[in-house]
Write a protein that binds this ligand. Structure first.
Ligand code: SAM
Length: 274
C-alpha cells in the first residue's frame, strides 16, 4: 500500500523549542528534522504550539527537541515523544532470569517469526524482538503515519541515545507503515508463528501517560471478527490479543484469557495440534 493511501496528515510543520529559537545549532537541527519528516521548517517567533497551528494551518507540529515532540491540533498541551517505556525494565528482568507475561502467554521461542500487528511505541515489539533473538524476526505494523515516522526516526537517528539493549532489539524490528487487516489479507496462510494484537482500549486506562500522548494520533477501531479471522488464518501457532477484563472481545471471539485476575489480560487463540 502506498503511504498516501493511509497518510491522513498532509501538512507537517517543524520548529525549534522556544528556549532555543535563536541558537543556530538548534535551528540547523530543526531544519534537518524538517527534511526527515517532509515538514516545513518555520521560525518559532516565541509562539505557542496553539498559535503555530492557527498561523500555519498545520496538522502536525514537530518540535525539534533531542527526541522530537509531535503535537496534534486537538491536543496542543501534551506532545508525543518516543521513549522505550516499560521495555527497559522488562528486558532487565529477562536478563536477570525473570519472566515476562506477554512472552509466556504467547509462548515465544528463539527463532520464532512474530507479527506485532499494532506496534504503538514498540515497547512490546522490543521485548518480542529480544525473545526471538537473532535467528528470529519481528515484523511490526503501525497504521498511524505520525507514530510510524516517530519510530522510524528512533530506529535510524535515535539508536545511539538509547540504552544498548533497547537499541539492539529495536533496530532489528522490521517496522512497516501498514494497516493490519490489509497486511494480513496479503499474507500467506500460516506465515507467522505468532500474531500479537494490542488495539487501543475503548475505555482508556487513565494512569498510563505513554498511551495518553499516543491517543490523538492512534487508530482506535476495536478489533473485529474479520481481522481476527485473518490473523487466525495467517498464524501457524497462536494469536494473542491484549484486552481489558471487561472488554466485549471476550464474548465475541473464541479466545482464552492467560489469567483470570487483573484489569488487563492476554486472550489466546491456538491452532489445533500446536
Ligand atoms: C495500544 S497501542 C499498542 C502499544 C504497543 N503494544 C506498545 O507496546 O507500545 C495500539 C497501536 O496500534 C495502532 N493501530 C490501531 N489499529 C491498527 C491497524 N488496523 N493497523 C495497524 N496499526 C493499528 C494504533 O495506531 C496504536 O499505535
Amino acid at each position: 500500500m502506498s503511504e498516501m493511501e493511509i497518510d491522513g496528515y498532509k501538512k507537517w510543520v517543524c520548529v525549534t523549542p522556544v528556549r532555543q529559537e535563536e541558537n543556530c545549532h538548534a535551528i540547523q537541527y530543526a531544519q534537518r528534522l524538517a527534511k526527515f519528516f517532509d515538514a516545513k521548517w518555520v521560525t518559532r517567533d516565541s509562539r505557542s504550539i496553539a498559535k503555530i497551528f492557527s498561523d500555519t494551518g498545520a496538522e502536525v507540529i514537530v518540535v525539534a527537541a533531542d527526541w522530537p515532540v509531535f503535537y496534534h491540533r486537538d491536543q496542543t498541551e501534551n506532545g508525543l515523544q518516543y521513549h522505550p517505556g516499560m521495555s527497559t525494565l522488562r528486558l532487565q528482568t529477562l536478563l536477570q532470569g525473570g519472566t515476562d507475561r506477554l512472552l509466556q502467554a504467547a509462548q515465544i521461542r528463539p527463532s520464532d517469526w512474530v507479527l506485532d500487528a499494532t506496534c504503538g511505541l514498540a515497547s512490546d515489539a522490543v521485548v518480542l524482538s529480544y525473545a526471538v533473538g537473532r535467528q528470529g524476526k519481528v515484523t511490526a505494523l503501525e497504521k498511524s503515519p505520525v507514530i510510524y515516522r516517530m519510530l522510524q526516526h528512533a530506529q535510524t537517528e535515535g539508536l545511539e541515545h538509547l540504552p544498548q539493549q533497547i537499541s539492539t532489539w529495536l533496530s532489528r524490528i522490521d517496522l512497516l507503515h501498514q494497516d493490519a487487516l490489509q497486511f494480513l489479507r496479503q499474507s500467506s496462510h500460516q506465515q507467522y508463528d505468532v500474531i500479537y494484537i494490542d488495539p487501543m482500549f475503548q475505555e482508556p486506562i487513565m494512569n498510563s501517560p505513554g498511551i495518553a500522548a499516543l491517543r490523538p494520533f492512534a487508530y482506535k477501531e476495536p478489533l473485529d471478527e474479520i481481522l481476527f479471522a485473518e490473523a487466525c488464518r495467517v498464524t501457524r501457532q497462536r494469536v494473542v490479543i491484549k484486552a481489558r477484563a471487561h472488554d466485549s472481545i471476550w464474548r465475541r471471539l473464541p479466545i482464552q484469557p492467560d489469567k483470570l485476575s487483573g484489569r488487563v489480560r492476554y486472550g489466546i487463540w491456538e491452532r489445533e495440534g500446536t
